[in-house]
Ligand binder design. Structure first.
Ligand SMILES: N[C@@H](CCC(=O)N[C@@H](CS)C(=O)NCC(=O)O)C(=O)O
Length: 204
């Protein structure tokens, strides 16, 4: 059995981007395969939810971006991306960023895959409120989170904010100038530049 790591990813998945960024920062050798999730029945054997990211390690699957990031962090000899002194704050922050991503993905599906007459306006409003409230919440914690050292919550925040701009709006930056400036700065790194969202497959 091969000890090669295969990261099944999508072209635009913010969850997958988080894992890819971690692998790049921690210098973890892996093969990335950007698949069309809607046509990838082979993945069901590994992940019955058929979602990206899914990591294959020695023929076994690790599912969910948070598990994958933890696995990669454990595998690496580099300094952990999970700060010991504020571990649970970091984990909570990651959960909030997952919520931003989930709401942005669901909003996009509602607006792009459902005919306009069938779209649920109330649901869309709800997704948007949760996204914007969460971003404001992160801005209020800015001083607690942001240091020169890159941590897992920072990676998750960068992926969530960039995905919000990509799929919904970059106007979140108007009310949140510290986060806006911080994202511009972290986006200059190769690990962000080389993982920008590409072209998505058609929702099926
Ligand atoms: N909780 C999962 C969420 C992953 C997720 O929602 N992936 C989306 C792409 S962004 C997906 O695979 N969607 C296809 C589907 O659910 O059918 C994680 O953190 O990895």
């Amino acid at each position: 059995m091969s000890s090669e790591l295969i990261l099944y990813n999508g072209p635009t998945s913010p969850f997958g981007r988080k894992c890819k960024v971690v692998a790049l920062i921690l210098n973890i050798e892996h093969k990335e395969d950007k698949i069309n999730i809607y046509k990838s029945r082979f993945l069901d054997e590994f992940n019955p939810l058929r979602q990206v990211p899914t990591l294959i390690v020695e023929g076994k699957a690790i599912t969910d971006s948070d598990n994958i990031c933890l696995y990669l962090d454990n595998l690496s000899n580099e300094k952990s991306l999970y700060p010991k002194d504020r571990y649970w704050d970091c984990m909570t922050m990651i959960s909030v960023t997952n919520g931003i991503m989930e709401n942005a993905v669901n909003r996009y599906i509602e607006m792009s895959a459902i005919s306009e007459v069938e779209q649920r306006k109330k649901a869309i409003e709800r997704y948007e409120k949760k996204i914007l409230r969460s971003i404001n919440w992160i801005e209020n914690k800015f001083e607690e989170i942001f240091s020169n050292e890159i941590t897992m919550d920072q990676i998750a925040i960068a992926c969530a904010l960039d995905y919000t701009s990509f799929r919904y709006t970059s106007d979140w930056g108007i009310e949140n100038p510290k986060l806006k400036a911080w994202l511009e700065n972290i986006s200059k790194n190769d690990f962000m530049k080389s993982t920008k969202p590409g072209v998505s497959f058609k929702y099926e």
